[in-house]
Design a protein around this ligand. Sequence first.
Ligand code: SF4
Ligand code: SF4
Length: 67
Amino acid sequence: MPKVEINSVTCKACELCVSNCPKDVLALGSTSNPSGYHFAVVVNQDACIACKMCAVICPDGAIEIYK
Ligand code: SF4
Ligand code: SF4
């Protein structure tokens, strides 16, 4: 089962990962990071197919996918 890890500190809540995930695994959360951004969170881990689209598209390199 793949595992998605999002760096809550470096995420700038651009939402690119959320809108490009084909499986709706990610969403912006309700908690702010120290920079004031509502960082992305994993809401449907089990649906992840480890395509790495989110990690590739993130401009801040805030996502790691572990298989
Ligand atoms: S690896 Fe693919 S399926 Fe998994 S969260 Fe990222 S974009 Fe979505
Ligand atoms: S693409 Fe990166 S910076 Fe943008 S919301 Fe997702 S994790 Fe955060």
